[in-house]
Every structure is written in C-alpha cells, then in structure tokens.
Design a protein around this ligand. Sequence first.
Ligand code: GGG
Length: 354
Amino acid sequence: MEKKISVLPGDGIGPEVVASAVRVLQVIGKRFNHTFHLSYATIGGAAIDQHNNPLPDETIEMCENSDAVLLGAVGGPKWDNNSPELRPEKGLLRIRKHFDLFANLRPVKAFPSLLDASPLKREVAENVDLMIVRELTGGVYFGEPRMRTENGAIDTTVYSTAEVERIVENAFELARLRGGKLCSVDKANVLETSRLWREVVEAKKKEYPDVQVEHNLVDSVAMKLITNPGHYDVVVTENMFGDILSDEASVITGSLGVLPSASIRGDNFGLYEPVHGSAPEIAGQGVANPAATILSVAMMLQYSFGLKEEAAEIERAVSAVFDDGYFTADLASDGSRILSTNEWTDKVINEIDT
Ligand code: GGG
C-alpha cells in the first residue's frame, strides 16, 4: 500500500514525539511492505513565527493532497499575549473546521503495567477500556459572538440539530460495534444546547434498539469517571465537555502521555494527534512520552488505511515495552527504568522488529 501523510509537528514537545512516531511508522512500513510518503509543514506557534499565520495556506494545501495528517501539539508561553487570531490554538481549531473533522475519538485504555502510575486504586483502574467521542467542530469553541464587552466578555455555545445528529449517530455506530453501551453527557438541567442534545439522542436511540443508552450530567460524569470508570464504554459529548473529560481520564491511565486521538469525518481522511498539548516546560529536553503519538499512528493505520494488523502490532509493542518495565519520566515509579524519548522509542522499534 502507498499513502501520503502530512506531518505537522507543531510546538513544544510536538516535534520530539512526532519524530518518534514517524520512526515507528517507517518500521511498520518496512515490516509490512507499505510505502508512506511524508511531507512536513508548520502549524501553531511555529507557523506564526514563519508565516505570521497559525494555519498557513500551504499547510492546508499539503493536507488536502494527503490521505491523512499526523499532528504533534500546538501552543506555548511565547505566543500567550498574541491577539486571538494569532494564537497557536487557532491553527488547530481551524484545521479541524476546514476539514470538517467533527468526530474526535479518544480511547482510554488502562495498560496493566501502568496501574501503579495511576493515583486510582488498582481495582478501580484495571480493565478500563472506554472511548470518549468528542464533537469537535461546534459548540463554544466556534460559536459567535465571542468578544470583549464594556464590562466583561462573551462566548457563545451554538449547535445545529444536524451537527448533533451526525456525532450522535457516529457514537451509536461505535457503541453497536463495541458492546452496545452508550453514555451521552450533557448539562441538560441548565443549557438549551444540552436539551437539544438529549432530544437528538432520544430520537436516534429508536434506530439502535440493541444499544443501551443513559444520559448523565457532565458534573456527575466528572466524578464517576475517576471513581467508577469501568462503568463506561462509549461516552459521547460536546466539544468542551469532551476536551475536559478526556484530560481527566488520563488519571486512569497514569499519564496524559499515553492517550491518542483520531479526528475523523466519515470517509477515510483523518487527523491523528496525541490528546496532550505542547508541554513547553519539558520541551527540548528529550524526556517527553511519545506513546500517545505512536498510538495515534496506530489509529491512523486502522481508521484511515484499514490496516488493522499493523495497528495492533504497534499497540502490542507499546504494551510490551511497558510490561518490560521501561517508562518515560511521566510514568516513573519505584523500580522502573526511566528512558529518554528516543531510548523508549528504540525499545518499541526493537519490539516490532523481532
Ligand atoms: N495535541 C493536542 C494539542 O495540541 N492540544 C492543544 C490545544 O489547543 N487543545 C485544544 C483542543 O484540543 O481543543
């Protein structure tokens, strides 16, 4: 198989973890006889520095001519005082919107060998395997008006019925494939957009009699996700709630550094990135955990290219390296061996080679 992949390393630890993931991708290509053509471009702060634009036209054009996009992370204190249009995060929001990547899949799987790194009790975290389906192109991150007023500021949460329908349908399909359990998360006791969300889920559920549905308020889920995460399988929610809950879910896995994501739209094209941000405080030190980006490559192979065996091989290799007791600094525990980003990636690559 031959595929074109756009690579957008971004800012902070983005370039370091993306370099690791690309090394793994190339090894997989060699082992399974695929050719991955990689092209690189800037996004976020790096793009602001070079082009005075967090998402330059040439980056969009390159991605348009690709089968998938691999992204690192955006953001950093260097650009904190920029105007809203010239913030790195704007590049990320715009690329998601430009490509209509409305469904953000964020799997949360507890690796058995990382249970000691989680502050949760072993019996609470073990066997957790859930999927957060985050709506990605609507809600308060995109709604207008957004502005400063004379005495404050305004952000606006907007959802059309069609926008809710398509993400909810996506979640129902996934729940059907995974075991038939769906939790829809909203704030329907307060927000009008959440009441719409709940109505859409109720209507859609008639088409999926095999899926068991519950509605939970986001504040309640914020608690239950870390007291009883095993209760959940597929969790569908709006943009901001999904952003927050998926970071919270990293407590289950021991580190945000192991959570991958896929942003998709229903065809084969997709954007793959770690859930974590640019972590400027550790950038350039070679200590970042590349697992989330490596696992995002596995999601790319599976969702965009249909390469299930190759994706499973990456997941197996990552898990085996953890099982052998090798970790990056974020996952350190007594008796573990702490490796640099590159050393840890070498272990994954050796595992795939053997
Ligand atoms: N790789 C994820 C990343 O760079 N996150 C930074 C960020 O701006 N996140 C906001 C969001 O995901 O909506």
